[in-house]
Write a protein that binds this ligand. Structure first.
Ligand code: AMP
Length: 419
């Protein structure tokens, strides 16, 4: 017998008992996107490797270690692997913004998508090779009000899915004017202790010293006296950051300053933020994160335009909901339609009418005895059974209490079931 084929490592099937939580979380995200006036955009699941290399930076983990390459053509040569599955959506959205000349539209543009991302990372709890993000981007607004609005939106999302104790951690990593000074200060600090840095950090010290700060193997004492971005901000960046903090205070968003938060991707400027369940900060288990990328549009060949966005990981959001015992939203009560003998035409007609009234309905397709049909309706999770008798007679049975109303009309059913 041949061996069964399993799902690829780092991917997961979501079985029906898990998907109601997913549907709930996605619908909260879509509804918030509507209330915050974002328009949906869709982009390909794969793009040219070059887009990610340029947009995310060669030294980012996503490009350096986790690129999930796809090869369309057979064999080798230039066409062999020019694409990669998207590790995040911002680079693709900015590519689309430039390609379609979207800068002429009345801005700022507010764009959103929900979909799978791919990183060829070592799989572990909360870290998959395919995972889903809810992403929002605002292009054409230099802030700081929009920075605060997005942090508040992320915070609200976690509250609306039912999570408690989610904290935003924020930092500013400066801009083209002040970041070089900060980079130099980090190089000076870490170069003096290079022998205590991991191999990764020694390499990053040369290409992107900010990334040394988010190395989880950084000795705590080296991290503790590392220069802080906030102490190196130019006046404009400082004002921007102070304004965000003042706005978050007014909006009542819980946040903490995190000097080591630099985010993995090279394109960020000024504001960087991540969301954590309080107390879980050290474990590389951010629920979501984002930041400002004022140089990215220009870097990818467009006319300069500021941008900011976030990506919220839905997988980790749902794991956190499970840990906190947040019950997924009920699906709406299921109604079974049962009958006698071969009255399937009546069952399907009645099911159709009830569905039109908005109910979830599962007609029994068998000609078994009523007792058997009731049994399988209960097992399938139905709360109600509509039992079709002779002629037009119908009964409505409450499978939770066992109570039954005889001689109901079809019009009476929906109001009773919807309670
Ligand atoms: P990042 O762009 O790495 O900050 O990712 C944004 C969010 O996506 C993170 O905060 C996570 O919630 C989620 N995420 C990133 N990588 C993974 C992964 N490999 N598996 C599951 N979720 C992930």
């Amino acid at each position: 017998m041949s061996r069964n084929i399993a799902a690829p490592r780092g991917t997961r099937d979501l079985l029906p008992e898990e998907t109601s939580a997913w549907s709930h979380v996605e619908s909260v995200a879509r509804d918030l996107a509507r209330r915050y006036a974002f328009d949906r955009i869709e982009i390909p699941l794969f793009e040219r490797v070059e887009l990610f290399a340029r947009g995310l930076g060669e030294s980012s983990d996503a490009v350096e270690k986790e690129m999930f390459r796809v090869s369309g053509a057979q064999g080798s040569g230039e066409e062999a692997a020019p694409w990669a599955l998207r590790p995040e959506p911002t680079a693709g959205i900015v590519r689309a913004f430039i390609e379609h000349g979207m800068h002429v539209r009345p801005g700022p543009l507010r764009l959103t998508l929900i979909g799978p991302m791919f990183r060829y990372d070592r799989p572990q709890a909360g870290r998959y090779r395919q995972f889903s993000q809810w992403d929002v981007e605002v292009i054409g607004d230099a802030g700081p009000a929009v920075d605060a609005e997005l942090i508040e939106l992320g915070h609200r999302f976690y509250a609306e899915v039912g999570l408690t104790d989610v904290v935003a951690r924020i930092n500013s990593i400066g801009d083209a004017e002040c970041r070089p000074r900060y980079r130099q200060a980090l190089v000076d600090h870490f170069a003096a202790h290079e022998d205590r840095l991991s191999l990764d950090s020694r390499r990053r010290l040369r290409i992107n010293p900010l990334r040394v700060l988010d190395d989880k193997d950084l000795p705590p004492e080296l991290a503790a006296d590392a220069p802080r971005g906030m102490d190196h901000l130019c006046d404009a960046c400082r004002e921007h950051f102070d304004a965000i903090r003042a706005l978050l205070d007014v909006l009542g968003v819980r946040y903490e300053l995190d000097h080591r938060l630099v985010r993995g991707l090279d394109y960020y400027t000024r504001t960087a933020f991540e969301f954590y369940v309080a107390g879980r900060e050290g474990q590389q288990q951010a629920l979501g994160g984002g930041g400002r990328y004022d140089g990215l549009v220009e870097l990818l060949g467009g006319r300069p335009a500021p941008g900011i966005g976030f990506g919220i990981g839905l997988d980790r959001t749902i794991l956190a909901m499970e840990e906190q015992g947040v019950a997924p939203a009920p699906r709406g009560e299921l109604v079974a339609v049962l009958g006698m003998g071969d009255d399937h035409d009546r069952r399907l007609q009645i099911a159709g009418t009830l569905r039109q009234a908005g109910l979830a309905v599962r007609p029994d397709g068998s000609s078994r005895k009523l007792g058997k049909q009731l049994e399988s309706a209960s097992k399938a999770g139905a709360r109600w059974a509509v039992i079709i008798g002779d002629g037009d007679a119908m009964a409505l049975k409450d499978l939770a209490t066992g109570g039954q109303r005889d001689a109901v009309s079809i019009e009476e059913i929906a109001p009773i079931v919807s309670g």
